[in-house]
Write a protein that binds this ligand. Sequence first.
Ligand SMILES: [Fe+2]
Ligand SMILES: [Fe+2]
Length: 220
Amino acid sequence: MITLNQVRKNPQVEEFIKQSANSLTFEGYTDHGLSHLDLVADRARNIAKEIGLSPREQELSAIAAFCHDMGNFLSRTNHHYFGALLFQQVFGNTFEPGDVSLIMQAIANHDKKEMKFCNKISAVVVLADKSDVRRSRVLEKKLDHIKLDIHDRVNYATTMSKLGVNKKSKVISLVLKIDTGFVPVIEYFEIFTERMVYCREAAQSLGYKFGLVINNFKLL
Ligand SMILES: [Fe+2]
Ligand SMILES: [Fe+2]
């Protein structure tokens, strides 16, 4: 079975990721490059393991998570479709057909209206991706500049972000520390309510509740 390590070293994947990160940085987005992808892949593997998926499903979750944003250099709006198709083009002859389909589905399902959780790997990738909010996602900008954009402000204000799985109480929780001297918490919800709803739906499809704790307040 192919592993995340092999996918990560594939020169074509490296190039897709580099070009996607460049084009989104150019458009002023927060980080969608290797640090986002490595974090999402780690979180996906960890969630998959904690909820008891098989070692193969853990590896497939990490691979889908690592590749989920690599279609951005072709189109931001349709990056989830492009990413899925690119994956098939690069690995269609390397992976088992069933594994390729599962990963394609998870990549295509991770964004917007396409989001559905017909397999567990899709739900795991959504939880790992939509929970990535942190200061280091704001790419080398001056403070004055950061203050102008709400995504930059909220990410910059998030000084701690952890995603945990409690198997006993069946809760997947996102725990954040937000510097309210920099942004009021309401700004988090202004841009991330939809993401939190996606996380809740993803967790529910896995038989879990989704919890959100900000500055020690349990909000969900
Ligand atoms: Fe994405
Ligand atoms: Fe992403």
